[in-house]
Design a protein. Structure first.
Length: 184
């Protein structure tokens, strides 16, 4: 196998599997190597964000979750199911990101609704990530998919810089214009 164009870790939140299958297939068709992380409980996300369950080589970490008011929607478990110290409740928020993330030089994309807020981006940048991209409002799911596909198409197929690819993907329509980019 030839060297991959990019190394992508695709982290799949609850009820995001169909879009994630489409993204994985597209990225692999473009020549990227994709590692999937299926999130069934909050500690699964903690393990990826902390680096405990993440490949050594990651160019982009895509957190494919639904979002609400700048928080990641999580599976809510029964109280007796949570592990000691595991984040509880239906959301993974800014404080959880600060507490559990170590993302040195990784580029992060969070395409869920409202996951491009300034406070959430600041938390990710404080964890050491290179850049953080996400929509700052409630965006249509189809628009999310087309933004991410176009972004990676421009990066891989047209050899655009991250900023150039971002501007092209953001300019597709009014929905994709909700995307923001934050740099460290």
């Amino acid at each position: 196998m030839s060297k991959p164009e990019l190394y992508i870790s695709l982290v799949v939140g609850p009820n995001c599997d169909m879009e994630s299958y489409a993204l994985r297939s597209t990225f692999e068709y473009f020549g990227a190597r994709v590692t999937m992380h299926w999130i069934g409980r909050p500690n699964d996300l903690v393990d990826v964000l902390s680096g405990e369950e993440r490949d050594n080589k990651v160019d982009y970490l895509i957190l494919n979750f639904h979002g609400d008011e700048g928080r990641f929607c999580m599976p809510e478990l029964g109280e007796d199911i949570y592990e000691p110290g595991e984040p509880r409740g239906e959301f993974f928020d800014v404080q959880d990101v600060v507490k559990h993330s170590s993302l040195k030089n990784i580029k992060v994309i969070a395409p869920g609704c409202t996951l491009g807020t300034t406070s959430l981006a600041a938390a990710f940048l404080a964890s050491g990530c290179h850049s953080y991209i996400g929509p700052n409002d409630y965006i249509d799911g189809n628009s999310n998919l087309i933004f991410v596909v176009r972004f990676f198409y421009e990066l891989i197929n047209n050899n655009k810089s991250q900023q150039e690819a971002f501007e092209i993907a953001k300019s597709i329509d009014q929905e994709t214009s909700m995307y923001q980019i934050y740099l460290s």
